[in-house]
Design a protein around this ligand. Structure first.
Ligand code: ATP
Ligand code: MG
Length: 408
């Protein structure tokens, strides 16, 4: 039981994040008690007046604030109004007793999303909160989809040339970085007059520059403050240049990675489309909002699968998200990396399982790849058997995505 608002709050991981504000400890404890059986909620913090509530919300980013109508200092209705205007991503559910029923209309007009009359049972409260969360999630998803579609068509209309390929894969360690780096390198070397970029959006453990044996001084995060002014000179000032490739490193510190926003991502890809013939985007294993933006903004999503059940399962999951987002079926395909002879998981069987088109495979050559990575060499500089898979991959992608492989 919470004795006062300063008590430590248990954090149970990723659940619906609730903030509770009540005008006394007893009613705060009562609400906590009602929710105690429902493990889908996480109480991120509490407050005993409206002012404290608004201050704490900034730090703990709840999904829903449950506030009593009659809070001291700032009322529940005012909190609802403030949040709906300033922090629309946070919903407010108000708790009021029978005598305050008359406030229903003004509370809803102010922006409250739920108005519950006390006493309420745990079941009723949990049901309302879950429903509120689902509705809000759906609303955000729709808004984001229409916003991005508008932006996407606007961007495509402006820049018809540059193509963007997202290298994705549902599980860590499937070979996304290895393939992204070498794909860009071989394309750039084969077509020296084309402009190629690699953006490392593995915002946690980006390693593209390390594969090129280069140490970046700047990263994607340095472009965030100038997201609306991304011209060629600005991009060059941050990119690590190697021949005709511009590498955009991922930030080395996690705090800097958090600066990478949805707006920035859209703007960067817009600039890439304008200044580079081909942009390869490397991703990490975490599915985030930024990842969804990348999926929407790219011309093609290449999944990297391994011939293992768990890897295929993870790719299937991404494929489902991709389809749910309404993105075109012809703009997704998978590469089978670390391919070894296996009667069970053949490319055809995986394609059938994923319902996604197969592009090509890259053989399993663990010693060669680890030697390359250890020596800071790219596959073009070695005589690895896997090298031959890359020109094949490039022509298959060129045919699907529409970038040129004509001699330059
Ligand atoms: N074709 C291949 N044959 C053998 N080993 C490979 C092959 N491709 C990649 N690897 C190995 O698999 C490991 C993971 O590769 P890589 O880092 O490119 O994957 P990733 O998907 O980017 O992983 P992460 O989730 O860490 O970003 C590396 O140790 C690499 O040596
Ligand atoms: Mg990687």
């Amino acid at each position: 039981m919470i004795k006062n608002s300063e008590h430590a709050i248990e954090n149970h991981g990723k659940r619906i994040r609730l903030f509770l504000a009540a005008d006394n400890v007893a009613s705060l404890n009562n609400t906590l008690q009602l929710l105690s059986e429902y493990h889908e909620f996480e109480i991120v913090d509490t407050a005993l007046d409206g002012e404290d509530c608004l201050q704490k919300i900034t730090l703990c980013r709840p999904d829903i604030v449950i506030a009593e109508l009659a809070l001291p200092k700032i009322s529940g209705v005012k909190i609802a109004e403030y949040l709906s205007l300033e922090r629309p991503e946070i919903s407010t559910a108000l708790l009021a007793d029978q005598s305050n029923l008359g406030f229903y209309r003004s509370a809803m007009l102010a922006g409250a999303r739920e108005f519950l009359i006390t006493p309420v049972t745990g079941e009723e409260l949990a049901f309302s909160l879950k429903r509120l969360f689902e509705i809000e999630k759906e609303r955000r998803q729709r808004k984001r989809t229409s916003l991005n579609y508008d932006l996407k068509s606007e961007i495509k209309a402006k820049n018809k040339n540059g193509k963007i390929i997202l290298v994705s894969g549902g599980k860590g360690g499937t070979g996304r970085s290895f393939i992204s780096a070498n794909l860009a390198n071989i394309y750039a070397k084969s077509y020296p007059h084309r402009r190629v970029a690699v953006a490392d959006f593995d915002l946690q453990f980006g390693d593209i520059c390390a594969i090129y044996d280069l140490v970046p001084k700047k990263s994607l995060a340095d472009l965030v403050p100038v997201a609306d002014e991304l011209d060629q000179a600005t991009l060059n000032s941050v990119a690590v240049m190697t021949d005709n490739i511009c590498l955009f490193a991922s930030p080395t510190e996690l705090e800097r990675s958090e600066l990478v926003s949805s707006h920035f991502t859209v703007k960067l890809l817009e600039a890439c489309r304008r200044y580079y013939d081909l942009t390869i985007i490397n991703t990490g294993a975490l599915m985030t909002d930024i990842y969804l933006d990348l999926m929407e903004q790219s011309d093609y999503m290449m999944l990297v699968a391994n011939p293992e059940v768990l890897s295929v399962k993870a790719c299937a999951q991404i494929g489902r998200i991709y389809k749910k987002m309404g993105l075109p079926k012809e703009a997704i395909g998978f590469v089978l990396n670390k391919h070894a002879d296996s009667r069970l998981l053949t490319p055809e069987r995986i394609a059938e399982r994923l319902n996604i088109k197969y592009i090509t495979s890259i053989p399993n050559v663990p010693e060669e790849v680890s030697q390359m990575l250890n020596e800071g060499k790219l596959i073009i500089e070695t005589d690895s058997a896997a090298f031959l898979a890359f020109p094949k991959l490039i022509s298959a992608l060129a045919a699907r995505v529409g970038f040129s492989t004509a001699p330059t």
